[in-house]
Design a protein around this ligand. Structure first.
Ligand code: FPP
Ligand code: MG
Length: 324
């Protein structure tokens, strides 16, 4: 199944989600809906799509809780983006000037806080303590991942395992929770719930690895954010870890010198990208991402073949095939 067919199958749910997003970020403090609406445009809705597909796969078919929780996860995700863009001093997000650039860091942090608080009240209204637990625990893990990244700037000696550990928290935890919450809504057996949660973790790791590749090997107009930001901000991601670990002594020295300058210029960035091509660091990272998707799908073999199993596999494939 193609990813666009998934969007067709979920069309009604996704339309309801968009309405729910707009309704729930309302406030009489007008700057809040203004920034929320601004940032809401252009999101891929990957987490809601996984939650919706997972709930349908597990047989959820009465009520609108899947829409509420899809909105919750998109709000939590949007809050993390607002906060992350402040930390990263981002200039572009989802194809537009980043909110921190347009309205300042304070407004970005506070609107992120608003969306996070709103997600809490929405969950309190449905009163499912397990779902509240999984979403708040994922939030805790994301903060831990982000702090781990923050305290490791320009560290070329970080290992691949350590790096995967960071992105598991920073990115995969919320994607995993999205899949688990879908399973909880479908009143699945705990084994199925765990399987979907692990599926989400692997898909989430793959998602971040592809994001890391885009930072070196895509275009601003495609991904809607700046290229080359990671190395400039001292974020050592898998393509760079692979390059540094495999480069010759002379090239390692060059990489160290470039990374240490802090304010990396275009020419030096291009040198790094050329080295990555020479040492196949982009291919290596993409292969890793594809490996995680393969494992994610394999662990779902206990699920009976169905429209929604094909759909969730298609979302997983899209994660590594997308160009945005
Ligand atoms: C994007 O990474 C960032 C994340 C996936 C997590 C951000 C988490 C926080 C800021 C913690 C705050 C948590 C809550 C609950 C509000 P990236 O910078 O590599 O991706 P990018 O290229 O899209 O910016
Ligand atoms: Mg960022």
């Amino acid at each position: 199944m193609e990813f666009r067919e998934v969007l067709i199958i979920l069309k009604d749910d996704l339309n309801k989600l968009e309405a729910s997003i707009k309704e729930n970020f309302q406030s009489d403090v007008l700057l809040i809906p203004t920034i929320s609406n601004y940032l809401s445009n252009g999101g891929k809705r990957i987490r809601p799509i996984l939650l919706l597909t997972s709930s349908r796969l597990c047989g959820y078919n009465n009520g609108n809780k899947h829409i509420t929780y899809s909105c919750v996860v998109e709000f939590i995700h949007t809050a993390t983006l607002l906060h992350d863009d402040v930390l990263d001093e981002a200039e572009i997000r989802r194809g537009n000037p980043a909110a921190n650039l347009r309205w300042g860091n304070g407004a970005s942090v506070l609107v992120g806080d608003f969306l996070l608080s709103r997600s809490l009240t929405m969950m309190a209204e449905v009163k499912d303590p397990r779902i509240i637990f999984y979403f708040s625990d994922a939030s805790r893990r994301m903060v831990e991942g982000e702090v781990m990244e923050m305290i490791n700037p320009f560290n070329l000696n970080i290992t691949e395992e350590e790096y995967i550990g960071i992105i598991k928290r920073k990115t995969a935890s919320l994607i995993s929770a999205s899949c688990r919450v879908g399973a909880i809504l479908g009143k699945s057996l705990s084994t199925e719930e765990d399987r979907l949660s692990n599926f989400g973790t692997e898909v989430g790791i793959a998602f971040q690895l592809v994001d890391d590749v885009f930072d070196y090997a895509s275009e601003e107009t495609k991904i809607g954010k700046e290229i080359g930001k990671d190395i400039r901000k001292g974020k050592v991601t898998l393509p760079l870890i692979h390059l540094y670990n495999n480069a010759s002594q002379k090239d390692r020295k060059l990489i160290e010198d470039i990374v240490k300058t802090g304010d990396i210029q275009r020419e030096d960035f291009n040198k790094i990208v050329d080295l990555m091509k020479r040492y196949h660091s982009i291919d290596y990272t993409m292969d890793k991402a594809r490996g995680y998707i393969r494992e994610a799908k394999e662990r779902m073999s206990n699920f009976k073949g169905s429209l929604y199993l094909n759909a969730i596999f298609s979302v997983a494939d899209y994660i590594v095939e997308r160009d945005m």
